[in-house]
Structure formats: C-alpha cells, structure tokens
Design a protein around this ligand. Structure first.
Ligand SMILES: Cc1cc2nc3c(=O)[nH]c(=O)nc-3n(C[C@H](O)[C@H](O)[C@H](O)COP(=O)(O)OP(=O)(O)OC[C@H]3O[C@@H](n4cnc5c(N)ncnc54)[C@H](O)[C@@H]3O)c2cc1C
Length: 448
C-alpha cells in the first residue's frame, strides 16, 4: 500500500508540498484544515472586502483539481498529535493515521492580554473567519462609525486600506514613533506615514493600547490609549500587532517547540517522520541573516517544494536564495532584495534617491569599503527579481547596479524619466562619473 502523507494546513506551504509530492509520486495525500476546505490566497483576502474580487476568485485551483490529482481534503480541527501511534485526533472525536506528517499550520494574530481583547467586534485579520467578522462589524460607516487598528505592520496597514475603501473613519495606533521603523529605514518609514495620512487615516504614533471597553451587550465600544488616557469610541477593533506560530495544540505532543515548531535544515522535527514548514516552522539556527521564523508567502512556498523532495526519497536541504519580499502600502508598492536594515551596520553605506512627488524612492545598501551591493528597497517602483538575484550572486558593486538600472527596472517609462537623475545624484555625492548602460535587449529576447 502507498505511504500515507498527512498535511495539517492548506495554506501556501501545505498545498505546495502536496502538489509537489503528487508530481513526484503516487503516495496517498490528505490535507487537513479547520479554516476552509479549499486552498485560497491569504494575501488576497483584503480584496474580497474591498470588492475587487469574490472569495471564489482567491482560490487559485478549481474545485475539481484536488480529486483529479488524488489530494484528499478534510475540513477538521486537529486537537492532538499522538506520535507514538502516528495518529491525529480531531475536535469532533474522530481520528486519522499517517505514515508521514507535515505540520503547516501557519500563524495566529498576537494578543497581549489586553482587557477586552475577546469582546465582540474585536478581531485579527488573518483567517477567513476574521474577514467574516470584519464584514459583520464594519459593513459600512453607519454601522461602524469608527474603527481602531492596534499595531503597525503589514497587516495593520492593509486593514486600514480595507476600511478606507468603505469610507469608515479609522484610527491607527502604532507603538513605534514611525510606521514599521524596526524594518524600514527612516526615509521609507516617513514616506509611508505620509501615505497613511494622505488616505485620511488618523495615524497615532508612539502610543499603546491600554484596554478595550465593552457596552452592555459585550460589544467593543471604545479603546483607551495608555499614554494619554484618551478614550476613542469605535465599533470595530483590529488587532494587528504581529503574528505568531499557531502551535498551541502541539505543545504536549513531544514535538520540540520554541516560538514555532523546531526544525533542522531538512525541515525535520525531533520526531522521525514529522516535518514542519511555512509560518509555523522555526529554524534551530537561522540561515545567514534570516530570522529563525519567516512568516512570509515565498518562504512557505519554497519550504513546501523542498520538503516534497525529501518525502519523495530525495532528501533535500532547505537552502533559500537571496532574501526578497514585496508588499503594498495603500497605493505605494514596496519591494526589497538583499538586505537593507532599518539602521546601516558599521561597514555599510547607503545611497538614497527620492522623487519630488514624495511617493517613489530607491534605497541601496552597500559595503562602504568594497562597494559590494548588499540590498535595495524600492517604493513606488517595480524592479526585476532575476536582475537582483544575479547581481547579489555575482557580488556586483553599487556602481554596476546603478549603471544597469535599465536592466533592473520593470517600468521603462519611469526610467526614461528618472534614471539620469538617480545616477547624477550618486555621481555628485561620490565624485564619480558613472554612465548609464543601454538595456541589454539580447538577454531579454533570449528569455522570452
Ligand atoms: C492580510 C495578510 C496579508 C499578507 N500579505 C503578505 C505579503 O504581502 N507578502 C508576504 O510575503 N506575506 C504576506 N502575508 C503572510 C502570508 O500570507 C503567510 O506567510 C502565508 O500565508 C503562510 O502560509 P502557511 O501555509 O505557512 O500558513 P497558513 O496560510 O496560515 O495556513 C495554515 C492553515 O492551517 C490551518 N490550521 C492551523 N491549525 C490547525 C489545526 N489545529 N487543525 C486544522 N487546521 C489548522 C489554518 O487554519 C490555516 O488554514 C500576509 C498575511 C495576511 C494575513
């Protein structure tokens, strides 16, 4: 009989793993999720609320796909894992056995024990059920006269954009003194502060939530700010102060956990035949400069692909290439390739260029002695992933990157207008005479 692979979690990591196991084998595959029967794109949830798409459109595969590819789907909550018997227990009392188990259970929104955090109308913005709550408590601005968002990261700003799309007045409480400034350098962070305010969000920096107050029916009616004691009336409170691995049910299973499920470079846990991938996995030793837990889409996808190889008898180490990520802050697209820390390290120098409209910039980090390119942030400008993958691998200099901006950019119109200005700024700051190189058409034609 074929080996039975059971995957808990039907997000990007679990589903990628299942698809690649099927590509490479005839094993029996079961994917379990308590959230939804079918895989959907979590990053697209916001667009459902904003009316850009229906929920069905967030599902990248048609419903027939799973049967055709013999991937069994089970909508169940796993409550315990018995690794001695290789058995999972479900909330409804039923069980299932596995030969190999993949834990791909993702994250849950952080709650820090705030008074009132479990009231009606208080929600994270992570699961499909969160979206349903937001729809219920903030359908429009008559039912929801004001919303308050607590926590200024990527999910917080997306929730602000969602509420803005329905003209719901929104207050955004951010603990830091500038948006996401633990990750973004001060210039980018300041640009996003402006973008948030330009979209009529009441952004409050350097403040913490003290408590959420209840009305007589157990609904949130206001929040109180710790520093000032100010009380803000509201009908929806969004808790977006980060996420953590969704692993409470694993704690007594004998599987080693820290903040997440502990794994080695092969994505193996301390128990044979049990693996963990995606947001819930924590590396014993971080890889290069990466964090031990990487709660991002691309990491889940790459881990899913790698683990499928191991499960299909081609044991493979997880070796991610250069760091990259992307997001959107209202109308401003953000991309990052390589490393641009909030603060430069001792051995690093920076080059920053910002467009006069205050909505586009590039920020390059490089070695101040060798001039080796270390990373780039762009806001409002789209770059080519393959270009930066190559220059990082080949350890090219900042000068090389700037001279080849025409190859790097995705948007020819933008560069026609601004590449000269960018280079002139670098030349005047550094006493260099860099010249723009023409786009290498040959390479592009070959790729097509
Ligand atoms: C609003 C939002 C915007 C985002 N934007 C970006 C972005 O722009 N770029 C980016 O890189 N990342 C983004 N992310 C993060 C990205 O979506 C996650 O990193 C990714 O979806 C995690 O995938 P995963 O497969 O590890 O877990 P998940 O997608 O969380 O899937 C895990 C599944 O397991 C289920 N599960 C958990 N426990 C159990 C249990 N005990 N029993 C049964 N089922 C269980 C969960 O319900 C869930 O369905 C965003 C996330 C959110 C919420």
């Amino acid at each position: 009989m074929e080996e039975h692979i059971v995957i808990i979690g039907n997000g990007i990591s679990g589903i990628t793993c299942a698809r690649h196991i099927r590509k490479n084998s005839n094993k029996r595959i079961t994917v379990i999720s308590g959230e939804s029967t079918h895989f959907f794109s979590r990053t697209a949830l916001m667009y459902v609320y904003m009316g850009h798409m229906k929920f069905e459109h967030t599902q990248p595969y048609e419903n027939w796909f799973w049967k055709k590819n013999r991937i069994e789907l089970l909508q169940q909550f796993v409550t315990t894992i018995n690794s001695d018997k290789k058995e999972l227990h479900f909330k409804d009392g039923s069980t299932i056995n596995y030969d190999k188990l993949v834990i791909a259970v993702g994250s849950k929104p952080n709650k820090f024990g705030w008074p009132g955090q479990d009231l009606n109308g208080v929600t994270g913005m992570y699961h499909k059920q969160d979206l349903e709550k937001i729809e219920k408590y903030a359908p429009e601005n008559k039912t929801c006269k004001r919303a308050v968002i607590v926590g200024g990261g990527l999910i917080g700003i997306e929730l602000a954009e969602m509420l803005h799309s329905r003209n719901i007045p929104t207050t955004f409480l951010v603990r830091e003194d500038s948006f996401w400034n633990g990750i973004l350098p001060k210039e980018e962070s300041a640009m996003i502060n402006r973008e948030i305010r330009d979209n009529h969000i009441d952004l409050r920096l350097g403040v913490n939530l003290k408590e959420i107050k209840s009305d007589e029916n157990g609904n949130a009616k206001s929040v109180v700010i710790a520093e000032t004691g100010e009380e803000i009336e509201c009908n929806l409170v969004g808790l977006t102060a980060g996420v953590s691995p969704n692993i409470d049910f694993i704690k007594d299973s004998g599987i080693e956990t820290g903040r997440g499920v502990k794994i080695n470079r092969y994505l193996e846990t301390n128990i044979p035949d049990i693996y963990a991938i995606g947001d819930c996995a924590e590396q014993h030793d971080p890889i290069d400069e990466r964090r031990p837990i990487e709660a991002v889409w691309y990491t889940g996808r790459m881990m899913g692909e790698t683990l499928a190889q191991t499960i299909c008898c081609n044991r493979m180490e997880y070796k991610p290439s250069h760091w990259f990520n992307s997001a959107k802050f209202f109308d401003i697209e953000y991309q990052t390739y390589g490393w641009v820390w909030a603060q430069p390290k001792e051995s690093e120098a920076r080059f920053y260029w910002e467009h006069s409209d205050g909505k586009k910039c590039i920020h390059i980090n490089y070695d101040k002695h060798t001039h080796q390119f270390i990373g780039i942030n762009t806001l409002g400008i789209r770059m080519r992933h393959e270009f930066f993958e190559k220059v990082l691998t080949e350890k090219k200099s900042i000068e090389h990157v700037l001279e080849h901006l025409a190859d790097a950019n995705f948007d020819p119109e933008f560069y026609k207008l601004h590449e000269k200005e960018i280079l002139e700024k670098f030349n005047s700051e550094n006493g260099t005479m860099l010249q723009l190189k023409k786009k290498s058409w040959k390479r592009i034609f070959f790729k097509v």
